[in-house]
Design a protein around this ligand. Structure first.
Ligand code: BGC
Length: 760
């Protein structure tokens, strides 16, 4: 068996070796014929489309493509147009090198899935991989071959708007999701990625540490220890690289005082030399020229520094195009460096099969039958429902019965465009049902649904305009006064048996450059909610948000809270599924919900400190605590309720003492003790009690989502491998240090259910 496996491995290695040497020979030959200008042209990625994602824009310069100055384009869609542009690249340039076409397909192309923070709350890796797979099928049917996803930045500061785009605060979960997304886009089998024309290249972003922007302000500086980088922030990028991701995007921020775009340690020493990444690195939007504003040199200097650092492709700065040649003539950069970058771009095109067939991604038969088809929408509806998190459900108010009169109130209730969330830039945001329509469909013939808007998004009209900036949004501010809007809503509420308050953020209140310093429900809506609760009718808060919000008042005064994030194109039906109990909610939050802004940054894997707060206390002098607030979050990482209840048995380990290099098994019985079938995310955390450096109080190291019928018990097993016991030590060696470990298993990150073992 062993020798058979060895032979097989050798054959696979030989096959990929020969493919590589074929590719090398092809590219050697091609590059042998290319001029310097043509090589630099391959490194140029101008923005010429209409999907606005940044400040500058070039007119679509056909002459530039014809001159061989363009390696790829991004931000534009339309099969016919892309086909024609590719024809120009292939037929009207001297070398005939095809272009790559990229776009921000972050959570779906036309079929829109929940925002990534929402999807991550499903903890359903298969469904998440499938969402990326569907995105690739639809994008490639639309002519794209490259997506600027997955965004794998760890984020522990919910003021930062881009927390919406990633998988939350945890590196273990973030890594598993990063791998799943890469598999979904590029192909499940690493050896045969891109073999099908419905597989596209992933671009892992934003490399690196972008989620740690100071004060939650976008594009801001980042400064952190290597220890924290290696243990907490870098793992998801590495996991994506290990999964075979074809490209990386450098982040806007600086690291150790050097912008990532020109950070040689980051892009070369770490990414290529230490991790063995062999794809290409693209800058973020105009990030090369932004290094002038960062203050590290004039345009020529920063351009040369970017190339020298290992940055291959220039997104929309025209800096490589206009300044690399000078840099070469002055000897600041070398021909070898330009060649290396050009080779990586050509390799990506080769891997995508574009040299074999430049029109490979324009050949889906009947794309209109593939894009936004029922099968894809069903998958989106399912994942949306799984992403919703039931934060509170006093007296089992939910699920609602389809009977009597239901009042649907709030500025987010009758607004379809909002549901798709922040990065639905390739979708037609007018196609999907809005919440009101979906609920009307769901209760038709059973119950009466009344509606009132109740308030604008916020009192301040200027703020509201900023929060709805994107073209096509139909949230025209209501001309009625705040009092008129509220009185209408209260009149509607009084007629109802139950109130559904659809409140929270607009889609563009999170995402890029949508930082907030006050992350409560916006004022006008918070007041509306208070008035609705004061009617004495039962209120369900249906919360739309791209970040954890502060829900102090709501958690005490509103009986039921269902967090639905931005669930994508099928949100409306998915909300109906969960509200009326056809689907039992199973989402668990992946970023802690703080009690107040002062607690930020906030995350579960904190360290003990030398003066820990005594167990059970809220404040104690000379311990790590606040005078005016508890230190724990309102809703902890991993938390989420269900319409049923689960009971955990005790944690059993098959060994108390573990020899170095060995694994052990942890197991636990989980029982559905309620009356409904449900899914539970069983989570395993490990504490490395003593280390040569301070270690977190607990770290997520395993999870499994299981389904249980009422009364059913399942035994869940986790293998704790040496890798799971390891961390990066002070010298940045990945080690499992001997000593005591505590294993916690439960339904969220605060579980006390544990057992311990000693590693020899
Ligand atoms: C964002 C990236 C995005 C790029 C291209 C930038 O502003 O930071 O996440 O991929 O634009 O649209």
């Amino acid at each position: 068996m062993r020798s058979f496996l060895m032979i097989l491995t050798l054959c696979v290695a030989a096959a990929s070796c020969s493919q590589k040497s074929e590719m090398d020979a092809f590219i050697d030959d091609l590059m042998g014929q290319m001029t310097l200008e043509e090589k630099i042209g391959q490194l140029n990625l101008p923005f010429t489309g209409e999907i606005i994602t940044g400040p500058d824009r070039d007119p679509l310069a056909i002459e530039s493509i014809q001159a061989g100055e363009v390696g790829g384009l991004f931000g534009l869609t339309g099969l016919d147009r892309l086909t024609e542009l590719q024809r120009i690249a292939v037929e009207e340039t001297r070398m005939g090198i095809p272009m790559i076409f990229g776009a921000d397909v972050i959570h779906g192309y036309e079929t829109v899935f929940p925002i990534p923070l929402g999807s991550s709350c499903s903890w359903d890796l298969e469904a998440i991989e499938n969402s990326a797979r569907i995105s690739a099928i639809e994008s490639t049917a639309g002519g794209l071959c490259w997506t600027f996803s997955p965004m794998v930045d760890i984020a522990r500061d919910p003021r930062w708007g881009r927390i919406a785009e990633g998988a939350g605060e945890d590196p273990f979960l973030g890594s598993r999701i990063a791998e799943a997304m890469v598999r979904g886009y590029q192909g499940a089998d690493k050896e045969s990625q891109f073999s099908q024309p419905d597989q596209m290249m992933a671009c892992v972003k934003h490399f690196a540490l972008y989620g740690a922007s100071e004060a939650g302000r976008d594009y801001n500086s980042v400064d952190m220890s290597r220890l924290r980088m290696y243990n907490d922030y870098l793992p998801p990028y590495k996991a994506a690289a290990d999964a075979g991701a074809g490209s990386f995007m450098a982040s806007f921020n600086d690291i150790d005082g050097v912008p990532a775009t020109a950070n040689r340690w980051l892009l070369t020493d770490l990414l290529r030399d230490e991790w063995g990444f062999d794809g290409f690195v693209v800058s973020d939007y105009t990030a090369i020229k932004e290094m002038v504003a960062h203050g590290i040199g004039d345009i020529e200097t920063v351009t040369c520094r970017a190339l020298d650092a290992g940055l291959d492709m220039d997104m929309n700065s025209r800096a490589y195009l206009e300044h690399l040649k000078n840099g070469l003539e002055k000897g600041i950069v070398s021909m070898k460096q330009i060649d290396a970058a050009c080779r990586r771009m050509l390799e990506a095109k080769y891997k995508l099969g574009l040299f074999e067939d430049p029109y490979r991604f324009f050949k889906t038969e009947n794309p209109e039958e593939v894009i936004y088809c029922q099968e894809h929408r069903d998958a989106a509806r399912k994942l949306a429902a799984e992403s919703f998190v039931l934060l509170k459900n006093e007296n089992n108010l939910l699920p609602l019965k389809k009977e009597g009169t239901i009042a649907l109130i709030g500025p987010l209730a009758d607004n379809g465009v909002n549901l798709n969330g922040t990065w639905s830039v390739t979708a037609d945001n007018h196609k999907n049902k809005n919440l009101r329509e979906a609920l009307e469909d769901a209760v038709a013939g059973h119950a009466k649904l009344l509606y009132a808007k109740g308030s604008n998004l916020v009192y301040d009209a200027d703020y509201e305009e900023r929060a709805y900036w994107r073209d096509g949004y139909d949230f025209n501010r209501d001309d009625r006064t705040d009092a008129q809007l509220r009185n209408e809503a209260l009149a509607v509420a009084r007629k109802a048996d139950v109130i559904i308050a659809a409140l929270g953020e607009s889609a563009e209140m999170s995402g890029e450059n949508s930082g907030r310093t006050d992350i409560t429900i916006p004022d006008a809506q918070a007041d509306l909610l208070k008035a609705l609760v004061a009617t004495g009718k039962p209120v369900v808060l249906l919360l739309f948000n791209g970040r954890p919000l502060i829900l102090d008042w709501e958690s005490k005064n509103v009986p039921a809270i269902l967090d639905v994030w931005f669930g994508g194109s099928e949100t409306g039906d998915a909300v109906a599924d969960v509200l009326f109990g056809d689907v039992n909610p199973s989402g668990k939050i992946t970023a802690s919900f703080p009690r107040n802004v002062g607690q930020i940054p906030i995350y579960h894997s904190i360290r003990n400190t030398g003066r820990p707060l005594p167990e059970g206390e809220e404040y104690s002098k000379y311990t790590t605590s606040y005078l005016d607030s508890r230190i724990d979050p309102l809703y902890p990482f991993g938390y989420g309720l269900s319409y049923t209840t689960f009971e955990y048995g005790s944690v059993k380990l098959n060994k108390e003492v573990v020899a170095a290099g060995e694994s052990l098994i942890a197991e636990i019985d989980v029982t559905n003790t309620g009356k409904k079938a449900g899914k539970e995310v069983v989570q395993m955390y490990i504490r490395d009690v003593v280390g040569t450096t301070t270690r977190p109080l607990r770290e997520l190291k395993g999870f499994e989502k299981i389904s249980l019928e009422p009364g059913e018990t399942k035994t869940v097993k986790f293998e704790i491998t040496p890798e799971l016991m390891s961390h990066y030590n002070y010298d940045l060696d990945f080690v499992a240090e001997p000593g005591e470990f505590i294993v916690y298993i439960g339904g969220d990150s605060t579980t006390k259910n544990s057992a311990s073992f000693t590693l020899e």
